[in-house]
Design a binder for this molecule. Structure first.
Ligand code: T5A
Length: 206
């Protein structure tokens, strides 16, 4: 029986999701609500080790199948080790990226079959889906500019690649409007946070 709430933040590079997820964590903790924040890939020891392999610029030969499986492996460990136990304990669990990232980056971005990703995703997450997802939609050039000159293996990919990722997210949002709230990432941090807070309060009342 799942008692907590599972909320994810998604979007292309530098869209502002880490900023918003930290603001929401802070807001919930100030309200004395049981909230925790994790990131993907990562969040637990094994998944952080997988993250280091995935983002290492030296791993130029990694193919898209290996990349997809590694993101899924990191996710499977995070779900088993923290997501399910925390939700059972009643935590409001925030996650900076989740399965939508693999659909957008490896599916729409790299061309991996989306049905295959969904079915692997179902296996890795034991069928768990977020209650609410915030997708911050931002022009990809602006996002990469915000990230600065230090880039990891994925960020170093072409602008065309990042544009496919952004379009992928828009597709995901259009197919699942009940779960995914698309927010204009060019708004100020405060304006975006107001939208996030309003949606969260609505979810908590359900
Ligand atoms: N990946 C991940 C996959 O390919 N497949 C997967 O399945 C998964 C899970 C993860 C990489 O892995 C890929 C995606 C990524 O390439 P990461 O280091 O965790 O790597 O990178 P990101 O998740 O992209 O996180 P970033 O930190 O790069 O971007 P964020 O979180 O979107 O942006 P944030 O909040 O850090 O903000 C960036 C800058 O913009 C400013 C902030 O202050 C900061 O300086 N900012 C704003 N500026 C103006 N207006 C606003 N509204 C702003 N909001 C934030």
């Amino acid at each position: 029986m799942v008692k907590g709430k599972f909320i994810t933040f998604e979007g292309s590079e530098g869209c502002g999701k880490s900023t918003q997820s930290k603001m929401l964590l802070d807001y919930l903790q100030k309200k004395k609500l049981p909230a925790k924040l994790f990131r993907e890939p990562g969040g637990v020891v094994i998944s952080e080790k997988i993250r280091a392999i995935l983002l290492d610029k030296a791993n130029t030969v990694m193919n898209k199948e290996c990349e997809t499986l590694l993101y899924m492996a990191a996710r499977a460990q995070l779900v088993e080790e923290v997501v399910i136990p925390e939700l059972k304990a009643g935590t409001i669990l925030l996650c900076d990226r989740f399965l939508d990232s693999t659909i957008a980056y490896q599916g729409y971005g790299c061309g991996v079959d989306i049905k295959t990703i969904s079915s692997m995703g179902n296996f890795a997450t034991k069928g768990l889906k977020p209650d609410l997802t915030f997708f911050l939609d931002l022009d990809t050039e602006e996002g990469l500019r915000r990230r600065g000159s230090e880039r990891d293996r994925i960020e170093l990919r072409s602008l065309e690649y990042h544009n496919r990722v952004r379009s992928g997210y828009r597709e995901i949002a259009s197919h699942d409007p009940q779960r995914v709230i698309m927010i204009d990432g060019s708004k100020s941090k405060e304006e975006i946070f107001q939208i996030v807070k309003d949606a969260l309060e609505k979810l908590l009342k359900q």
